[in-house]
Design a protein around this ligand. Structure first.
Ligand SMILES: Cc1cc2nc3c(=O)[nH]c(=O)nc-3n(C[C@H](O)[C@H](O)[C@H](O)COP(=O)(O)OP(=O)(O)OC[C@H]3O[C@@H](n4cnc5c(N)ncnc54)[C@H](O)[C@@H]3O)c2cc1C
Length: 645
């Protein structure tokens, strides 16, 4: 059977034209408004309380809509965004080092290897400056310089210092800001908060998104929740690889269920592998830990020059070390973008120069920074990260270099959205990491928080009004046949999973799926590997539906059941990721095809054939998906071979 078919091209009909600096302003002006008295009569469901969903729910509540907010954690402020460490970009140019909205736009389009939309990225760069003002006004304790001004630091892929940060806890502080705004709206009765509730299905009425089916994870009760529009802010799907830096709960269920109901899934194969994670230490691990990219401001990456050099790092003299990023990429050095740094680490390890017990590691060394700045200064900037490293590895990074290796970290793919952040299903909006977003084939560091907050505080609240203004929609409730059917599907699926009563745990399937994905759809992909992976995923998925053991019942807290549902969706997504990677016969950003590289091993794009967004349409279980291409146009930043040398 063929793997996919090709359908009509898709276009972003909402994207304005004209000078790029004026597009967002024009779209905002031309979009219809909902008057305040009517907002009170409208309900918007927001799934997710991370930076994107938390910011959106708080802002929509403030605007006067009735908002129903959902998350699977026990509190909205435990969303995965809390884990973000390093910082958030903004084109404030406080340092007067040459930054501007245009430069942030330029760096991001180039950093994404010319696979993102210019209009969206420009809007992101414009809005970035408002985000910092908004968060400062909320009291987010950004780091400050001695004189009291906000401090910034460097992140990969940029030669200016535009990353605002709160020590190594930027996500936590930003999320507390969004959470306080959200709590205020909860207190005022504008937002109804439903923690420990998992969305398991999307409800469509007359082709529009009108509600969701949720399971109360504590009581097991399944209900239908209706609204005038649905916003998914459910995060990324990196956990399809089993081992990743994502929180264990991160999953694809909300977006995958929407995909099955008609929302196209864009660029699923674009995965970001982060270069600075603590290396895998054994089979017992269920997650990996990130060491923030901010560490590359002061840490120097190196391996021994000689293969198999087992000496302790302190005994390897300077002349016998290879600071390979500084050597290969002299202009950006240790601050090359993540895709480049990750591949370089893989290459030196493949050459047999890796360090540590598994030899899948490179050093990140602070000795120079400590002698230049003093231990206290290094501690002030990175203290919590150093402590975390020491707790996990038992090694003191003030004394010996950290050992790091690339790991799955972020997914640039996600549900396809137009300029208004609306998916191909009318009334279904997707924000934050859950959409295919503005990052193209590679995301620059510190730009996910920027995008999540841009979407949540500024973009969605303007664009969703344009959709709602066309209402009011006919009122529907849980007795509508579409709601009844969606709910029955969820109940059925749960019963099917419980009834298998096999002999293998959900985790064992998930781990095996992750191994297949890491091996064949990870840092380097080849045609043969991807074909093999597709066969292996299909056969493992068949086994899953025959042999998985989900103990307990659906009538209460059941973590195996939660995981089983998520892993079942990961199986379907994994296959689409491999098909997407297989059809894209070029290398770009995080998608590196072994067959397509320059003579010096860099990613080789094929702009003539692949300068498009791949938007996949679900047809039916077991049937090939349909590929719709959205052509990318570059009027301001012309695609070139990306160079950081
Ligand atoms: C360790 C780490 C460090 C990072 N550091 C940085 C950084 O320094 N700078 C940067 O820019 N980016 C960073 N990132 C990336 C960034 O943190 C994420 O991309 C971003 O926080 C995602 O935000 P979000 O709001 O889209 O989703 P999330 O924060 O993942 O929130 C998802 C929400 O959706 C809910 N949800 C999901 N599925 C369902 C469902 N089916 N039903 C109900 N609720 C559901 C969850 O409960 C949660 O509330 C980092 C990522 C990691 C893993």
């Amino acid at each position: 059977m063929e793997l996919f078919t090709e359908g009509d091209p898709i276009a972003d009909t909402k994207a304005p034209d004209g000078p790029i600096e004026t597009r967002w302003e024009r779209r905002r002006f031309e979009a219809k408004l909902v008057n305040p008295a009517n907002r009170r009569k409208m309900t918007v469901i927001v799934v997710g309380t991370g930076l994107a969903g938390g910011a959106a729910a708080a802002t929509l509540g403030e605007q006067g809509y009735h908002v129903k907010s959902y998350c699977y954690q026990d509190s909205p402020r435990r969303a995965h965004s809390i884990a973000a460490q390093g910082g958030i970009n903004a084109a404030k140019n406080y340092r007067n080092d040459g930054d501007s909205v245009h430069r942030l736009f330029y760096d991001t389009v180039k950093g994404g290897d010319f696979r993102s939309r210019e209009s969206n990225v420009h809007r992101l760069a414009e809005v970035s400056v408002n985000i910092i003002d908004q968060c400062v006004a909320q009291g987010v304790p950004f780091a400050r310089e001695y004189g009291g001004l906000l401090d910034t630091r460097s992140f990969g892929g940029a030669q200016v210092q535009r990353t605002f940060y709160a020590r190594g806890q930027t996500g936590q502080q930003l999320l507390l800001g969004a959470y306080q705004a959200l709590e205020r709206q909860i207190g005022l009765g504008n937002v109804e908060m439903n923690a420990r509730h998992e969305m398991l299905e999307l409800i469509l009425v007359d082709g529009r998104a009108r509600g969701i089916v949720v399971r109360d994870m504590v009581t097991g009760e399944i209900t239908t929740e209706m609204a005038d529009a649905v916003v998914l802010a459910s995060g990324g799907y990196g956990n399809v690889f089993y081992l990743s830096t994502n929180a264990k709960g991160c999953n694809v269920t909300a977006t995958w269920r929407a995909h099955r109901k008609g929302a196209y899934f864009a660029n699923p194969c674009y995965t970001q592998i982060h270069p600075t994670c603590i290396p895998v230490s054994g089979d017992h691990q269920s997650k990996l830990t990130l060491m923030s990219e901010s560490l590359r401001n002061d840490g120097r990456v190196w391996v021994p020059k000689t293969k198999g050099d087992d000496r302790s790092p302190k005994d390897i003299p300077e002349a016998e070390r290879d600071y390979y990023l500084e050597r290969i990429y002299p202009s950006f050095g240790n601050l090359v973008p993540r895709d480049i740094a990750s591949r370089a680490a893989k290459n030196v390890c493949d050459e047999g120069r890796g360090v540590g017990p598994t030899k899948l590691g490179v050093y990140l060394d602070f000795a120079d920074a400590i002698s230049r700045l003093g231990r206290k200064a290094v501690e002030a900037k990175y203290g919590n990260l150093f402590e975390m490293y020491e707790r996990i590895t038992g090694e003191d990074p003030y004394e010996v270099p950290m050992r790091i290796y690339p790991a799955v970290h972020y997914t640039m793919g996600g549900l396809w959205v137009d300029y208004d952040l609306q998916s191909t299903v009318p009334g279904l909006f997707v924000i934050g990491e859950a959409n295919f977003s503005d990052h193209g084939a590679n995301r620059l560091g510190a730009s996910a928080l920027m995008q999540g907050l841009a979407d949540g505080y500024f973009v969605l609240p303007s664009t969703i009004a344009n959709y709602l203004a066309a209402g009011p929609l006919e009122k529907v409730d849980g007795s509508h046949p579409a709601a009844v059917e969606a709910r029955a599907d969820v109940e059925d699926r749960i019963q099917r999973l419980l009834a298998i009563d096999g002999d293998r745990t959900v985790d064992s399937f998930h781990r095996e799926l992750g191994q297949i994905m890491w091996e064949h759809c990870g840092m380097e992909r080849t045609e043969a590997g991807l074909r093999k992976a597709i066969d292996e995923i299909r056969s493992l998925r068949d086994q899953f539906w025959q042999r998985v053991k989900v103990p307990g019942t659906g009538e209460g807290l059941n973590q195996s059941l939660e995981k089983a549902g998520r892993v079942a969706d990961f199986f379907e997504l994994a296959e689409l990721m491999c098909i997407d990677a297989l059809h894209r016969e070029e290398s770009c950003g995080g998608h590196f095809r072994g067959e397509h590289q320059t003579p010096d091993g860099e990613a080789q794009r094929d702009d003539d054939r692949f300068a498009y967004v791949a938007a996949w349409e679900f047809t039916a279980t077991g049937q090939p998906s349909v590929l719709h291409k959205e052509d990318l146009k570059f009027e301001y930043v012309h695609p070139t071979q990306r160079s950081y040398k």
